[in-house]
Each structure stands twice: as structure tokens, then as C-alpha cells.
Design a protein around this ligand. Sequence first.
Ligand code: SF4
Ligand code: SF4
Ligand code: FES
Length: 241
Amino acid sequence: MTVRFDILRREKAESMPYRQVIEYTTDDPNATVATALTALNETVGLTDVEGRPVERIMWECSCLQKKCGACAMRINGLPRLACDTKLKDCGPTIQLEPLKKFPPVADLIVNRDVLHDNLKALKVWLEDEAEPDERATDIAYEASRCLQCGCCLEVCPNFLPDFLGGKGQFAGTAAMPPLARLIAELPREKKRELEKTYRKRFYEGCGKSLACRNICPAGIDIERLLVNSNAMAVWKRLLKK
Ligand code: SF4
Ligand code: SF4
Ligand code: FES
């Protein structure tokens, strides 16, 4: 199988981006975008389709098993994991671009600090010991599978990061699974602040469009977490008034 990668490249954050088309041939029917990028970077004297030398393609990976989220990028226009995207499912020309909701660093690498910063700002942790509610085990398991890859932020119409002029409080879907987990598991007296944070930093900014529903590479049931957290942190509280 031979495919053409059409890659949006930039040397560093402030460089002018440009496109480069590179051909790749493999006999492996299960080859992924990650396999191909690794092989291209190992090819000595690699040239593009116009015969120009190809500099090392900058991209991130760690586990290569769909477990870490590092290799998230736009593949044919959609945010996906390079290690979980097979070439045979992509067509003859495969467009690779960095995620657009995060500041560019180089080629396919972006700065995703905002994901971690948001979790810190939301204080998604326990101050002291708490007995988790066993009825919430499956919600907790579902939420714990989040890779913090950022694919859901990429498709969310309401998430606008600072570097693109966003000034809102909305933390986006990536912050929701960790919040949803604690809201489901903790006893009432331990989660008042978290519920407040959920309402302010997630519920009030979310347009409920569910554009993020089917994009998660971990297959998390976003709608279920959303419905459960809304019920516990918003509606239950209002109905009690
Ligand atoms: S439901 Fe829509 S607005 Fe809410 S987080 Fe998902 S994509 Fe964003
Ligand atoms: S919810 Fe899914 S898409 Fe969003 S950050 Fe977590 S793993 Fe990635
Ligand atoms: S390299 Fe870890 S998810 Fe792709």
C-alpha cells in the first residue's frame, strides 16, 4: 500500500507554516499513522514528492497503545490518535495537522499545558480521606479512562483558549471526566465546592451540543458522565430549594 502524507509543517512556534507531501509505502496492512511517521523519520535521505529533502517530522508519542494521548493530532480534519489510526482507513492522501485549539510548538506538536492548568485550577483532588460511594463505581471507571488528549476540546464550539482570544471560564470537556468522577463518588458534604466549580467552569459554558460525544479516542461515554453530573451538581440542588 502506498499513501501520500500531506503534512502541515512549521519549524518552531513563530515560523511560517507550509505544507509538504511525502509518499510512504508499506506491506503491513495494520500500519498506523504512528508507524508511518516513525518509519519516515528513520529513512535516510528522505525526499518529498517534489524531490526536496525532508527534515525530521516533529510529533509526540509515548505508549503507542492508545493509553497516553500524546500522539493526538488532526488526521484528515478530525482529532485522532496517530497510534490508533490505520492507514487503510484513511484513503490515498492523509492530511496531518497539529491540533488547532492549542498553541503550536513545531510540526505536529502543540502545547497542551492548559489541560493540566485547568485541572489544577479546578482543584480536582481530595483534601482528606473519603469513603467513595460504591454505587458510582462504573461512572468512576468510565471517567478514569480519560487520557487528557484534548481531542474533545478540538471539536467543542464553546471552548476558546486564551491564545485564540478566549476569555471565558469554560474549561471544556477534558476537565469534565475528573470532576464527574468525584461528583459521583464523594459523599455530599465533601463535594460542595466541586459541584460549585462544575456549575461555574463547565455547566454554564457548555451548550449541550454534544459535538464532543463521538470523538473521544478512549471511547468514554461523555453523554452519560454529563447527564449524571448535571443531575447531581445542578438539578438535584435546584429541586431541593
Ligand atoms: S456538549 Fe458541546 S459545548 Fe458541551 S462540552 Fe461537548 S462539544 Fe462542548
Ligand atoms: S474525554 Fe476523551 S477526548 Fe476528551 S481529553 Fe479525555 S480521553 Fe481525550
Ligand atoms: S502514543 Fe500514547 S496514545 Fe498514541
